[in-house]
Design a protein around this ligand. Structure first.
Ligand code: C2E
Ligand code: MG
Ligand code: MG
Ligand code: MG
Length: 287
């Protein structure tokens, strides 16, 4: 009867849960060790000014090369790192590393670093950022911090104050994955941001008439508010041409370049600089 089935279901359920917990614990343990064993790496993805074709910046994206798990992508360990607090030392490592790489690149190129809500709420966050800049000698205006809505869901003023202080230092703030959250527009009214990055789900669906209308509206909105608009996940020339026609300032995606090792992106950056410097001088605009 139902009672027997219920008991069986319970018996089957429990070992499964146990496995889940053990898997999760193993992941936490491996993650903890990964930091000291230096298994993390930063890849960089170029960001292009659409009007000039110049590479103006690069986004740092963390990769975990686990000897037992192989390559692990951020979506599979960042949430765990956030819940365990490991994102604090990992985030600090990312900032220091990204600034060191920025120091080795030509001065016109900025570096964007993703920042979790947990980091942003940490007391020492500003000093973590400023010492990463100081030790690398990279000026604040070459650093951009990418935040998502989860950073802003905190109702307290702490996050707002931190964002203002960062901007006062000359660091730019970008609102990542724009458009997929619950209240992207209301945040634009409250939060001082320099840039919005249109989520790639919009770009991949740009052939859809309604999606195209939303994207061009976001671009116009950004323009009117004096906020730089970047399109994420640009994969085709058709998408790039649409964005160019609509006046989108920046593009990032596999079409422009996949996330690569710092040295490889450095070459792309140098080539783009040489190309931009030869012949007619391309129009320059704010990154
Ligand atoms: P994100 O900040 O929105 O980064 C863009 C993601 O889209 C990256 O995934 C990138 O590899 C991918 N991407 C870029 N261009 C294309 C494209 O043309 N097509 C497609 N299909 N994908 C593209 P990734 O590297 O797996 O990172 C995922 C997310 O993990 C990031 O999303 C970011 O939120 C987070 N993340 C990455 N690195 C860090 C980090 O150092 N710290 C923190 N807190 N979060 C990070
Ligand atoms: Mg990002
Ligand atoms: Mg994004
Ligand atoms: Mg994302």
């Amino acid at each position: 009867g139902a009672k027997t089935r219920g008991r069986n279901a319970y018996r089957f359920f429990e070992p499964g849960m146990d496995v889940t917990i053990r898997t999760r614990r193993a992941l936490e343990t491996d993650l903890q060790a990964a930091l000291t064993r230096q298994e993390f790496e930063l890849n960089f993805q170029p960001i292009m000014n659409i009007a000039s074709g110049e590479i103006v910046g690069a986004e740092a994206l963390v990769r975990w090369h686990s000897p037992v798990r192989g390559l692990v992508l951020p979506q599979d360990f960042i949430p765990v790192a956030e819940e365990t607090g490991l994102i604090i030392p990992l985030g600090e490592w990312s900032l220091v590393k990204a600034c060191a790489v920025a120091a080795s690149w030509r001065s016109g190129v900025y570096i964007a670093v993703n920042v979790s809500a947990v980091q942003m709420r940490e007391r020492n966050f500003i000093s973590t950022v400023t010492s990463a800049l100081a030790s690398s000698g990279v000026p604040a205006n070459r650093l951009e911090l990418e935040i998502t809505e989860t950073v802003l869901m905190d109702e307290s003023d702490v996050v707002l104050t931190t964002l203002r202080q960062l901007r006062q230092l000359g660091i730019r703030i970008a609102l990542d994955d724009f458009g997929v959250g619950y209240s992207s527009l209301s945040y634009l009214r409250r939060i001082p941001v320099d840039k919005i990055k249109i989520d790639r789900s919009f770009i991949s669906d740009i052939d859809n008439h309604d999606t195209a209308a939303i994207v061009s509206t976001i671009i116009r909105l950004g323009t009117q508010l004096g906020i730089t608009v970047t399109a994420e996940g640009v994969e085709t020339t058709g998408q790039l041409e649409f964005l160019r026609r609509e006046g989108c300032v920046q593009a990032q995606g596999y079409l422009i370049g996949v996330p690569s090792k710092a040295e490889a992106v450095c070459n792309i950056v140098r080539e783009a600089h040489i190309l931009a410097g030869s012949g007619r001088s391309p129009p320059r605009s704010e990154p």
